[in-house]
Unconditional design. Structure first.
Length: 262
């Protein structure tokens, strides 16, 4: 029997372009959930903010200061950690999501859908491969922000994953889409869905209000970090409840099969 999974949504502001300060700040936030959570989830680009126009300056090697700090936190506090940061590899830059286990095993996913309305596609290269991480008997799919608008990319064929996670910098004016799409992804994929967003005003003057959320496979909201508040919200996900629902209401068995070509 798969045990319940405790997840913590760390909803906070991000100091614009200051990796050192953000690492110190988020390290303390993760320390505070030690012993109370299995997985801490951070916002998108949590060490810099969505500073895509400064990507050349802010990009770091894959195993640079951000990943070294995350690996240390995971080991020290016995917790898995997910988030994203700006990476440069082989002459290309990526908005790279990571999943770090307490044992120091790192998994990566490069954001597939780049937000052209802010010019992200001119500063970064897109990813082309999904990520599903096995952790504590759960299968966890990790995606980034704008990916949320593209349901084919997150389609859960054959119940491949149990929890779908989005790390985000999602602006306040589009909050209705954020909430509606997170709920839709949970219902259509018959999986838990968690979206973690930042709060505050960034270096471009854009307001982010948080609204970090968790929905169960029926689309019921089970955790809400609220608006414009720096807060860590922890909730417990039941794998047995997920299995029971999928057995009693096996809509996934009638889903269309398809291949994605990227």
């Amino acid at each position: 029997m798969v045990e319940d999974l405790r997840i913590s949504m760390i909803q906070s502001h991000i100091i614009w372009g200051d990796r050192e300060e953000n690492l110190a700040y988020y390290g303390e936030l993760i320390r505070r959930v030690q012993g109370r959570s299995d997985l801490a989830i951070l916002p998108e680009t949590f060490t810099t903010g969505f500073a895509i126009n400064e990507a050349e300056r802010l990009a770091e090697p894959v195993d640079g200061p951000t990943l070294k700090a995350v690996r240390q936190w995971a080991a020290d506090y016995d917790i898995a950690i997910a988030g994203s940061f700006i990476v440069e590899e082989d002459g290309r830059r990526y908005n790279r999501a990571f999943f770090m286990t307490p044992a120091g095993e790192a998994f990566f996913y490069d954001k597939r859908h780049l937000f052209r309305m802010a010019g992200e596609d001119t500063h970064f290269s897109p990813g082309g491969k999904r990520l599903i991480v096995p952790y504590k008997g759960w299968n966890i799919c990790l995606q980034v922000c704008y990916d949320l608008r593209f349901p084919v990319w997150s389609r859960n064929q054959g119940n491949a994953y149990d929890l779908l996670v989005y790390v985000a910098n999602w602006p306040e004016p589009r909050r209705k889409a954020w909430k509606s799409l997170l709920q839709a992804r949970a219902i259509e994929n018959m999986a838990y869905v968690c979206g973690v967003n930042r709060v505050g005003i960034d270096g471009n003057g854009i307001m982010f209000r948080g609204d970090s959320l968790v929905y169960d496979p029926k689309g019921k909201k089970i955790a809400d970090a609220g608006k414009r508040e720096e807060i860590t919200r922890t909730c417990v996900l039941s794998h047995s409840a997920l299995e029971e629902f999928r057995t009693k209401f096996p809509a996934w068995m009638d889903a269309d099969a398809f291949d994605i070509h990227v």
